[in-house]
Design a protein around this ligand. Structure first.
Ligand code: PMP
Length: 401
């Protein structure tokens, strides 16, 4: 008997929160990135030449012998030495006392988002995201049935819409990527940071400071101050994916001490802890004198060169594509003339064998159809000019229809 027989269809057994789930736009981006011949401006992966391959090879070869515990279960909330190192970094960056117990190692910042939603979001709670927003955050928020409101936070006009919204209705939390955001590339000004922190203090919402790209600035100084320096209502998410390597799947969550125990329990229930082996590996990388500094400096130079090359190559559009030059990170957020739809451009672009992510993926509602995210981080450096040429040919076909 088939599954739709007397016992009913299997999909009818899904929980209400998963019944409407479609394929993920990030999954789509990775699929096209794997297609040989397609130049992948879709995936936000690090550049192969920016990965610490030699250091990882050297340290990994020794690790199981020098650290037998690396093959065991470990502390569910993460390797204590690694958490202490991150707590010290947080103290230094924020000027706030931060105990090791406030830090939880997560499977990437992405798991941090999941744990935060588990901890905070009841169905129907209002959570504000930036407009445009990180797709991975939208995906998790939908799963927990948050009422997601997207308002512009970084860039112009800043916080006006958010201020109106928090005055009108209770907001549980605001998620944002303060530095070189995914997808917009924007960075909050120090004035916007202060205003956002003051709003959180006044109206009681939490801030989810999701910051995987902050170290990847192209011109010093680093964007400052972190929101967690300005308010005690901030949960910070960090990641080793962009500066070290994403296969470590190592992220970290730093919570105000009142909330921290909840995250330890949720992490335990989720997966009993990250791989001890990978945590020892990353700890060894972080402890090696000069390694992180050198690695980060190299990554900044790599991505800056890539950004410059892509922006230069896109001049082939002769003004028909507009963008805001990002000051760091992986992404160029661009706009077609308003009457054109980036999804239609993608269909043309894929026949030209170049991919990107249409802006639609970054809005919970009322998407800007003319926007697109081009990531310059991953495609081979010497393919970026060709990618811009292919994109332009795709655009000419679309516009000429
Ligand atoms: N937040 C943002 C803003 C991101 O861009 C990403 C990576 N795409 C993540 C979180 C997840 O990163 P991780 O690899 O640490 O899970």
């Amino acid at each position: 008997m088939n599954s739709a027989g007397a016992a009913g269809s299997l999909r009818a057994r899904l929980a209400a929160r998963t019944r409407g789930l479609g394929p993920s736009p990030i999954g789509e981006a990775f699929r096209t990135a794997g297609d040989p011949g397609v130049i992948p401006l879709a995936a936000g992966s690090p550049a192969p030449e920016a990965l610490p391959t030699a250091a990882v090879t050297r340290i990994a070869a020794e690790l199981a012998r020098t650290h037998p515990h690396a093959l065991q279960y470990g502390d569910t909330s993460g390797l204590p030495e690694l958490r202490e190192l991150l707590a010290a970094r947080h103290r230094h960056g924020t000027g706030r006392p931060t105990a090791t117990g406030q830090v939880v190692i997560t499977h990437g910042a992405q798991q941090g988002l999941d744990l935060i939603c588990q901890a905070l979001v009841d169905p129907g709670d209002t959570v504000v995201v930036d407009r445009p927003a990180y797709t991975g955050a939208l995906q998790v928020l939908r799963l927990y049935r948050a009422d997601v409101a997207a308002v512009p936070i970084a860039g112009d006009p800043g916080l006006e819409r958010l201020t109106v919204l928090v005055r009108r209705r209770p907001v549980k939390a605001v998620h944002l990527v303060p530095d070189f955001a995914n997808p917009s590339g924007r960075t909050l000004t120090s004035g916007q940071r202060a205003a956002l922190a003051a709003l959180a203090e006044r109206y009681g919402f939490l801030i989810i400071e999701d910051n995987p790209y902050g170290e990847l600035y192209f011109t010093p100084p680093a964007p400052r101050p972190p929101l967690s320096a300005l308010s005690g209502r901030v949960i910070t998410l960090g990641s080793f994916s962009k500066v070290l390597f994403p296969a470590a799947r190592l992220g970290h969550l730093t919570a105000p001490s009142e909330l921290a125990t909840v995250f330890h329990t949720l992490k335990q229930a989720a997966d009993l802890g990250n791989s001890a082996l990978l945590q020892h590996l990353v700890l060894a990388l972080l402890r090696e004198p000069g390694l992180l500094r050198g690695q980060t400096a190299r990554a900044r130079a790599v991505y800056r060169e890539r950004r410059d090359l892509l922006m230069d190559a896109l001049r082939v559009f002769d003004g028909a594509l507009r963008w805001e030059p990002p000051g760091g990170g992986f992404f160029l957020w661009a706009r077609l003339p308003e009457h054109l739809d980036a999804r239609a451009l993608l269909a043309e672009a894929l026949t030209e064998k170049v991919s990107f992510v249409p802006g639609t993926a970054f809005y919970p509602s009322a998407p800007d159809h003319s926007a697109l995210r081009l990531s310059y981080s991953y495609a081979p450096l010497d393919s970026l000019r060709e990618a811009a040429g292919r994109l332009h040919r795709a655009y000419l076909r679309l516009a000429g229809r």
